[in-house]
Design a protein around this ligand. Structure first.
Ligand code: HGY
Ligand code: MN
Ligand code: MN
Length: 410
């Protein structure tokens, strides 16, 4: 049995056309109009495939393929997310949702009668670009945060998530935690360079690194860029730059597996000839080891306290997100590895450097992931690219492991 590769590739292309701005940049941040357009398209494809749609209180979309004689069984779940970062690629998340729809289509076309429902999920706000934390929809689904609190989260643009979900028509009524699945398997692009560099076709994801997000505010003293002697400056902009260099130096320490990113920064008053009185920026810290990640957080806090003394600035830190590293289910990992081998596809075990909805599902059911190569390891970038053959290989492995999970035991 094989998926219809042409159909899947076309859906990826068509979904990739939603959320393009006048410059052709793709941005579908959570609960935006662009996100709505993508949601509407995915729901249309789910309905065309004969799935019924359920939307829960946090806007997670579930396409459900069930029948009277299997509807009370624990479902097999797959899926991912369709929201994106800013100026994004077209595969991140979308591959997992569209491959989920494609495998349902293929199973139906081949007359498969599953012993349990098959559910394809599109989780809300996986990226966390507009509303923090990231992986929010799957976090609420897995019980890591209650829906009422999540719906009140205010975005970087001042909007409130619950209002925006209402505005786009995806403020569902379903209680999060829709029927605990028997297993969750997510197909995703690697977003890193390993599979491509090693010429490996399938990544069998056995674990996922921890993530820590902070928003840091540094306050100095606004003053004239020309007349203020260097010794008199209390420069919030300089202090912020020092933090970025400090983080990079930590990552370059021998043996460090930490990666750190200052992805957003804003100065006030933000004028060419004014010493910034305020710098507000985000820090994204990651490490596959919980102890090491926690040590990084402590080192950063110590450095910020030090900076208050050396640079006479005031520093305030807000936590925006925190996920511990996750180990995926060994049985599902083995199943994926065998699935790749049965199709004579080269594979290797790998850690996910990116946060994933699967890490939240792993707290409620046996979970693992399938990766396919990202050419050049590029992602969160419009140059993100996965070859058609790799997309199809990944979807066929997902088809096989899904079939194993929905077939009557031999
Ligand atoms: O940030 C991440 O790792 C993921 O893309 N949400
Ligand atoms: Mn993703
Ligand atoms: Mn992403």
């Amino acid at each position: 049995m094989r998926i219809d590769g042409r159909r899947l590739i076309k859906n990826i292309e068509d979904l990739g056309k939603t959320g393009l701005d006048a410059q052709g940049r793709r941005s579908r941040t959570a609960a935006s109009d662009a996100d709505k357009a993508a949601r509407d398209l995915v729901c249309m494809w789910m309905e065309e495939t004969g799935m019924r749609i359920a939307v829960d209180k946090i806007g997670n979309i579930f396409g459900i393929w069930d029948s009277p004689d299997n509807k009370d069984e624990e479902p097999f779940m797959t899926g991912s997310h369709i929201d994106t970062v800013i100026n994004a690629g077209k595969y991140d998340g979308c591959l997992g949702v569209l491959a989920g729809i494609e495998i349902v289509r293929t199973l139906k076309e081949n007359g498969v009668k599953p012993v349990r429902p098959v559910v394809v999920a599109a989780f809300t706000n996986e990226e966390g670009v507009r509303y923090a934390p990231d992986m929010l929809g799957s976090l609420v689904y897995a019980g890591g945060l209650d829906a009422e609190t999540a719906l009140k989260i205010r975005g970087v643009d001042g909007s409130v998530l619950g209002d925006e979900l209402k505005r786009i028509g995806y403020a569902g009524s379903g209680e999060p935690g829709f029927a605990r699945p028997c297993a969750f398997i997510e197909l995703h692009i690697e977003q890193g360079p390993i599979l491509d560099q090693e010429g490996i076709q399938i990544g069998v994801v056995e674990d996922l690194q921890g993530i820590s997000w902070f928003e840091v505010t540094i306050e100095g003293r606004q003053n004239h860029a020309g007349t203020t002697p260097t010794a008199m400056r209390i420069d919030a902009g300089l202090a912020a730059s020092k933090v970025n260099v400090f983080l990079r130096d930590r990552c370059l320490l021998p043996g460090s597996r930490t990666v750190a990113t200052v992805g957003t920064i804003a100065f006030e008053p933000n004028a060419v000839n004014v010493i910034p009185e305020k710098a507000v920026f985000t820090v994204d810290l990651r490490n596959p080891d919980e102890e090491a990640l926690s040590a990084e957080e402590h080192a950063l806090m110590d450095y910020l306290r030090e900076l208050e003394k050396t640079d006479h600035v005031k520093v305030t830190v807000c936590r925006r997100s925190r996920f511990k590293p996750v180990l995926f289910d060994a049985g599902i990992v083995d199943m994926i590895e065998k699935g790749a081998a049965d199709r004579s596809l080269s594979c290797r075990r790998i850690t996910s450097g990116a946060g994933q909805d699967a890490q939240n599902l792993a707290t409620v059911c046996p979970t693992a992931m399938i990766f396919v190569p990202s050419i050049g390891g590029i992602s969160h970038n419009p140059q993100e690219y996965t070859r058609d053959e790799d997309v199809i290989n990944g979807a066929n492995v997902l088809l096989d492991v899904a079939l194993l999970n929905v077939s009557a035991p031999e």
